[in-house]
Design a protein around this ligand. Structure first.
Ligand code: 13P
Ligand code: SF4
Length: 312
């Protein structure tokens, strides 16, 4: 059986929208209607008129779609596709943290469970975290969670000293160290650097850029879709890419005249790779596994997500 054509046929027959994150396997990206970052995928889910969405990504992304589209069916091909970053904070831990900072505004990365989102004032993604924080009055304390590297990046970009940051991290991005950056900087003298704000090297790279240590070299700290746009628009021909390696497939496909070098071949998210073509086929055929969020949690989480979708 030609799995790809069967999937394309089935999704047309059943009128199902397939969304895939930039870190998905190449063959999964190829059968999707839309490939993008967390914010772009949430926006696509929110605006579709199709009744069923098949989410090729990790569980919190499908949950976010289920919250924004409560009248739709949201499927994920493997319920075990989790996220080590979203696992770093529970709703109970957040409630306790909030009780220690009464009056503070809570800003949570989209990489959180629905129950955690139901406790937030604002949700954000890597592409709009800075603007979300900028939209909050300067005199208000902020609790930012759960990614400490994205949090310290946002605090620096917004010049805030009243932001408390949860000590969570993504195992894939935390594994990209300053020494990986240094090695690739030395090896690829003319390459532009694209860095995801979840990387543990982000703060030190920002410091080095500010101190002029990188001279004229282009260094950009961007979400995965921001990286895609930069790869297309920049006049550079060579890029070192500091994020999960799944994005390289789309970068190379869309920019065949440019060269993309992963900062580390080991930057692989095992959860993203759980979504295989076989599982996508089974998911479409049997309409499994439905991601459901209890109504009371979805209603509370919706406001924080709507605020995220409103800020670009
Ligand atoms: P983006 O929103 O930049 O795609 O990031 C999502 C994610 O899970 C990063 O690890
Ligand atoms: Fe979560 Fe990290 Fe995988 Fe992104 S790369 S889904 S943050 S574990």
């Amino acid at each position: 059986m030609d799995l790809k054509s069967e999937i394309l046929k089935l999704k047309k027959e059943k009128d199902i929208l397939i969304l895939a994150h930039n870190y998905q396997l190449p063959e999964v990206q190829d059968i999707a209607d839309y490939v993008g970052d967390s914010l772009g995928l949430s926006r696509q889910a929110a605006k579709t008129t199709q009744k069923t969405i098949l989410f090729c990504g990790v569980h919190f992304m499908a949950e976010t779609a289920a919250i924004t589209c409560q009248d739709k069916k949201v499927l994920i091909p493997d319920l075990a596709a989790g996220c080590s970053l979203s696992d770093t904070i529970t709703a109970d831990q957040l409630r306790k943290w909030k009780s220690e900072h009464l009056g503070a505004i809570t800003v949570g990365y989209v990489n959180t469970t629905a129950e955690v989102k139901s406790e937030l004032d604002y949700c954000c993604t890597s592409s709009n975290a800075v603007n979300v924080v900028k939209s909050i009055p300067e005199n208000k304390e902020i609790l930012f969670l759960p990614d400490m590297f994205l949090g310290s990046y946002v605090a620096k970009m917004t010049n805030r000293n009243n932001m408390f940051i949860w000590a969570g991290e993504c195992h894939v991005h935390a594994g990209i160290r300053s020494q990986d950056v240094q090695e690739k900087l030395n090896q690829y003298a003319n390459a532009e650097f694209l860095i995801h704000p979840e990387c543990s090297c982000t703060s030190s790279v920002m410091y080095d850029v500010a101190s002029g240590d990188y001279g004229n070299r282009q260094v950009q700290i961007l979400s995965t879709e921001g990286m895609m746009n930069r790869a297309k628009d920049s006049s550079s021909k060579k890029f070192v890419v500091a994020t999960e390696t799944g994005i390289l497939y789309r970068m190379r496909k869309q920019n065949p005249d440019k060269e993309f070098i992963p900062i580390s071949e080991n930057a692989i998210c095992k959860y993203m790779k759980m979504i295989t073509l076989d599982k996508v086929y089974a998911s479409l055929k049997e309409e499994k596994y439905e991601v459901k969020v209890p109504k009371n949690i979805a209603q509370k989480a919706q406001l924080a997500i709507e605020r995220m979708l409103a800020i670009s």
